[in-house]
Write a protein of this length. Sequence first.
Length: 166
Amino acid sequence: MRIGFTVKLALLAALIGFFASISFAAPPSKTLPEIKLKDWGGKERAITRGRDGGKTLIFFWSVFCPNCKEIMPKLASFRPGGAKNFSVYAVNVDGDHFTNAIKAFMDDNKPKYTVVLDRFENGAMVAADPLAVAKTPTLVLVDAGGKVLLRQEVEVNLAEVEKLAR
C-alpha cells in the first residue's frame, strides 16, 4: 500500500511538532556552581555561596525586561529581617551587543549591589545556563552550602524570598 504525498507530509509535520515540544534544556542545577564574571567596571567577581552561614540572591535580568526594571530598585534596599551576610548579585544576560543600553540603565539607576555581565563561553552562558535560566527576571536564592532554596521566574515575590532568606 502506497502512502500518498499529503499523508507523508502530514506525518512529517506531526513528528516535527512533537519533537519541537520536547525541552532539551538541562534541568536547573540544585547547587550553585562556581561562577566568575566581570562586573560593570571590568573587575572579575566570583558569585559565591553565602559567607559565614549567609545566603546569596542571584537576580538574572535584562534592560529590555519591564519586570526586571521594576524589581531592581527594590533589591537595593532588600535586606531580609535578621539575615546575616546576605549577598545580592544581579546578572545581566543581554550580552556584549547591548553595552550601550546596559550603560544607560546603570548610569540612571546606580544599583548598590554587585552587577555582573554574563557571557558566552564554549557555546553556553556562564551563569544562566547552569541554572537553566530561560526567562527574565529569574531569581535564585542559595544557602551557605550552595543549595538552591528558591527559584522564581517572571513574577518575583520578595516576600517569599524574605521568609527563606532569614
